[in-house]
Design a protein around this ligand. Sequence first.
Ligand code: GLA
Length: 397
Amino acid sequence: MEEKLLQAMKEYYDANESDVRLFFAPGRVNLIGEHIDYNGGFVFPCSLSIGTYMAVFPRPHTDRVRMLSLNFPDKGVVSFDVNKLEYDESDDWANYPKGVLNEFAKLGKQPGSGFDAVFYGNIPNGAGLSSSASIELATAVMWNEINEFGLSMTDLVKIGQRAENDFIGVSCGIMDQFAIGMGRENHAILLDCNTLDYDYSPVELGDYALVIANTNKRRGLADSKYNERRAECESALEAVRTKKEVRHLCDLNAAEFQEVKSVITEPEALKRAKHAVYENERTIQAAELLKEGDLHGFGRLMSQSHVSLRDDYEVSGNELDNLVEAAWSEDSVIGARMTGAGFGGCTVNIVHKKELEQTLGRIGSEYTKKTGLEAEFYIAEIGPGAKELKPVKEGDC
Ligand code: GLA
């Protein structure tokens, strides 16, 4: 990986290997707690060992930034002035790192010189494993390190989220950027999105594996539907506030929700609010069960989460439902659900390791029979959060 990036740095920018700095930010998978980060709820994501690599060559005597992605070589090198950071549709993927630089500038963190960069990511594109937040955090860590701005990782997480909200125009919550910035090897993060308090939980699955299954249906409608769901939650919240003082939907527990729900008169908004409240309770309980080693209980809650996302939140779809149902029909699968924003992308599953390949083979054929698409399976490895990669010096290993 590093070789590939260094070679491209030399080829495109004639960069000296010893001056190149390397950064990495992971992708993420959410175990449970879906579509409630922006409702002030608890989420339970982990950072993956796959992610975005970024090689950078600082250029002290120029204002130009040049960037290339080895994932989109046809788009070529994108170049812009480090002091003129404007959204430009033709810059395509490069708007993500540009948006991040712009957020630093808005905080008065102006570097005054440009750089050359090459990106390469091994997160499957459009799979809902947060390749965009991964690019954002790789860029944020890089900019903070190179300029020695001294911002904390939580600051960088917020910068990534604001770039996505304000520069890209997707009103995402904080979960993805937080999981990617703050991730820890073999741990999930129980994050309270209301206060940003968090706790690491070891993910020890014993005889079971964490399997991510890609529907290979791209998350087409996701962005517009995402913003629509947020608006529906806002409208439910406004209605609740006529009866009870709350900051977020997830301030309500199930009993309180039952008491106030009659004020939500729009049937859609009522369903969205119900999902938010119960998903929050499931997430808190699931983290507890994982701590106690009750994997079956954890898996049951994952499956209930899918049903709620399918029927009440309505962000699943034919492909995700078929892939989840095929998993549910296997005795060795103890939990399966869609993960991320929905409308395509991936499912997350807890599957017994015995005869794992055969199990996944059967799930795959059932899925193809129903949808005509080929699913892909990855055994999820939970890796560390975003960071600078130090070159391995001789004698280190
Ligand atoms: C996307 C968003 C997150 C979160 C999830 C759904 O990944 O970026 O903030 O809302 O969808 O849980």
